[in-house]
Write a new protein. Sequence first.
Length: 216
Amino acid sequence: MSKPQQPPFPNKYNARLVAQTDAKPCTICFKPATTVLLAENNLDFFYTCVQHLLDAQFASPIPSEEYTELKKTVDNLTQKVDTLKKEVDAAKPYLWGISTYWSKDKPTETSKLSDKDKSKSNGTESENNKQKEGEKGGGTSGHKYETLKKQLNTTETELNNKQDELKNFKFKKYTLNQQVYRNRLMSHQKKKYNKERSEKIQQAGFFPSAPNHSIS
Ligand SMILES: [Zn+2]
């Protein structure tokens, strides 16, 4: 007997968009669809609406390198935002409004203190130290706080943009749910069979007149 047969097309589909005017009914729900899924060897294709394309019961996107990179960027930015939030919190000056006013009069003392603090512990200063610094002036720590806050804002904006990009990422390749794929194979088989049969019928000169019963 014959060797186990290779499927006529692989379960790897490329998504292609057609113009709105060329929309055809979605294979599942019959809503107008502009996405065509085309098997990698072009032997099968069908239309699917966006909703079904996003349905895990129907098909799953094959992540591309581009997508994986984007996801990594989002993860890194999320971590960076977390870290910055903690740093901003730690740098928050004690009684901020008053300290700015004071710092104008005593800039030397403050910066000396802050420098000492910085070299001593580099950001991990105790709660106690921070408070003292805030009370005495906090010119430098206020500046650090503002800088960190700005950094946090920028990073958050960048994160939001990348998250949007990730959410709206247009996948180019999909793999079908096993049952859906089996249905595609079956319908392909049936079409092939019907085509061969009608060709045979034509060649053999069956039904010289119009058939009066349907071919099933
Ligand atoms: Zn649909």
